[in-house]
Design a binder for this molecule. Structure first.
Ligand SMILES: [Zn+2]
Length: 163
């Protein structure tokens, strides 16, 4: 299993481990040295346009392989049914948090949104019913699950805590 070790807690540890993608706009030098494109072992579909397939994700270089490994195990777990669980909602995306000025953890490429249709932001009901196999597969690789939060984000898995 490929997992993330020494998962950082809080913004200062996140910056110490993963660097800083830029406060106001994306720092291109950080982007070039800290992110990479990873090939997925299976085809996924874009959640915002399921007719489109993708086999590549851009992620932080220290997290991408753990995400790829998690997706490989999810695909193996569901096998013939994987088509129901293969909606890719994004990893690297330089942006600020919903309704706030802080950078989203997606700005570091250390979080993935998976199957947004099953785990809508803010829905406790979705957090209660989101596939537990997917949650466990990510948690055992060191990821925090957004479905555990007071304001749940069940589609979201991140390689940090406390932010
Ligand atoms: Zn997310």
């Amino acid at each position: 299993m490929i997992k993330v070790y020494d998962v950082p807690h809080g913004l200062s540890e996140i910056i110490a481990k993963y660097g800083h993608p830029g406060a106001e706009k994306l720092d291109r030098e950080w982007y070039e040295t800290n992110t990479d494109v990873f090939e997925l072992p299976v085809v996924m579909r874009l959640s915002w346009n399921p007719t489109k397939e993708t086999r590549y994700i851009r992620a932080h270089k220290d997290v991408g392989l753990a995400i790829v490994d998690a997706i490989a195990e999810i695909a193996w777990f569901y096998r013939e049914k994987f088509e129901q669980y293969n909606r890719y909602g994004g990893v690297f995306n330089y942006r600020h948090k919903r309704g706030g000025g802080e950078l989203s953890v997606h700005s570091w490429g250390i979080a993935i949104d998976l199957n947004p249709h099953l785990g809508r932001f803010g829905s406790q009901e979705d957090a209660n019913t989101y596939p537990r196999a997917i949650v466990e597969i990510f948690k055992e690789r060191g990821f925090e699950w957004g479905g555990d939060w007071a304001n749940p984000d069940a589609m979201h898995f991140q390689a940090c805590t406390g932010y």
